[in-house]
Ligand binder design. Structure first.
Ligand SMILES: [Zn+2]
Ligand SMILES: [Zn+2]
Ligand SMILES: [Zn+2]
Length: 382
């Protein structure tokens, strides 16, 4: 990040120029970050350079070697679905859609109803990362814990309250012994800054008449009531003063600068779906099924004993991918589960048209492509 541009923040240099509209937005980088090059070097925090955030790598992990994964048995869903139930589900679906006729669902012939079990493997890794940056708050006489009190602790030596495992959180705290009081870098101690909404004019162009003072054309042309015909309105941001109290120091003129530690706890998730039918695989992800296997360890070993070899391979490669997270953060806990989700494939015929639908998940979710009796979108039958 460039240090904040003084030209943008100088108090009220009233210049000539186009008067801005009311809706001109004030956009700039976080102004409470003081200019880095002016900050003294704090031992252990010299690395905070452009951009004003440094991600700190954790010390090497002290994990015990993960234990061997437990064994996984072959599993077939015990859920069942009769042809009558399948038909009833499709009829209900047809009734709920305005463009589907229910005749096809009621009159179709079911040529086969096949059951299979989709396997859903999910790996979650709970990781803590830390970063540091220079920050400031208005100085109003509060205590200042500076380098005179001792050496600042290293980022990973600072105690941070840990949330429950797999519960994401973001926390910020001041690094001890890094604070100092400085003249506000935003207003240079002036306590106020130019209003950016009106550019210091105190007035903005009237939005209602676009600054013309009149509205309408021909016989309808009349004075703008919003601005009384002047084409200008008092700036609501500064109430016409052209300047506002400095938002960084809250008009104190001074700020307390310190190194701020940001700690993130985040759950990273990867998954793999093994599904044999034409049903789109990703639909398995969000329906309930049975949990076949569930293991939580600080560091997991891949599953090796699943009867489905593709699941073993996916477990190995996803766990390998997540090991990379230990390079930039601290892995606290990993969890992986295997879920079994029933899938019923129903092949049907109606008036010489063949089609398929699927009933999947423990909650019997329905999916179909190419329902043969629709009147819009596909316009297959009116
Ligand atoms: Zn203003
Ligand atoms: Zn107007
Ligand atoms: Zn200020």
């Amino acid at each position: 990040m460039q240090p904040s541009k003084p030209s943008q923040v100088q108090p009220a240099a009233q210049g000539e120029g186009e008067m801005p509209f009311d809706d001109s937005s004030q956009q700039m980088a976080d102004p409470s970050a003081p200019p880095i090059q002016e900050m003294e070097r704090i031992k252990g925090y010299e690395e905070i350079v452009k951009p004003n955030v440094t991600h700190v790598t954790p010390p090497p992990p002290s994990y015990q070697e993960a234990t061997q994964g437990a064994s996984v048995d072959r599993w077939i869903s015990n859920k069942s679905l009769t042809e009558d139930e399948a038909r009833a589900l499709l009829v209900a679906e047809a009734k709920s859609k305005c463009c589907w006729g229910k005749g096809a669902a009621e009159g179709m012939t079911i040529s086969s109803l096949q059951k299979s079990t989709a396997v859903h493997y999910v790996l979650r890794t709970f990781v803590e990362t830390r970063s540091t940056e220079w920050a400031s708050v208005p100085f109003k006489g509060q205590p200042v814990d500076g380098p005179q009190n001792g050496q600042a602790p290293a980022p990973w030596d600072i105690h941070v309250q840990q949330p429950e495992m797999f519960r994401d959180a973001r926390m910020q705290c001041e690094v001890p012994h890094t604070a100092s009081v400085r003249t506000c870098h935003y207003c240079m101690g002036a306590t106020f800054v130019m209003c950016l909404r009106c550019g210091g004019f105190g007035r903005t162009r009237c939005n209602s008449c676009r600054g013309k003072g009149v509205k309408g054309v021909g016989d309808n042309r009349r004075q703008c009531l919003s601005c009384g015909g002047s084409g200008k309105r008092t700036c609501f941001n500064c109430r016409g003063h052209g300047r506002i109290p400095c938002p960084v120091c809250e008009a104190a003129g001074q700020v307390k600068c310190f190194v701020q530690l940001t700690t993130m706890f985040k759950t990273h998730t990867k998954d793999f779906i093994l599904e044999q039918t034409p049903l789109p695989d990703e639909l398995i992800r969000n329906v309930p099924g049975a949990t076949l296997f569930n293991e939580t360890q600080p560091l997991l070993n891949p599953i090796q004993s699943c009867p489905e070899q593709q699941v073993n391979a996916a477990s190995a490669s996803l766990i390998q991918e997540h090991r990379v997270l230990a390079k930039t953060g601290r892995i606290w806990m990993q969890n992986h589960v295997i879920r079994g989700v029933p899938v019923f494939q129903c092949d049907c015929q109606w008036k010489d048209k063949e089609f398929q639908f699927f009933v999947y998940g423990d909650n019997r979710t329905l999916h179909t492509d190419g329902y043969p009796q629709t009147c819009c979108c596909g316009c297959q039958l009116l």
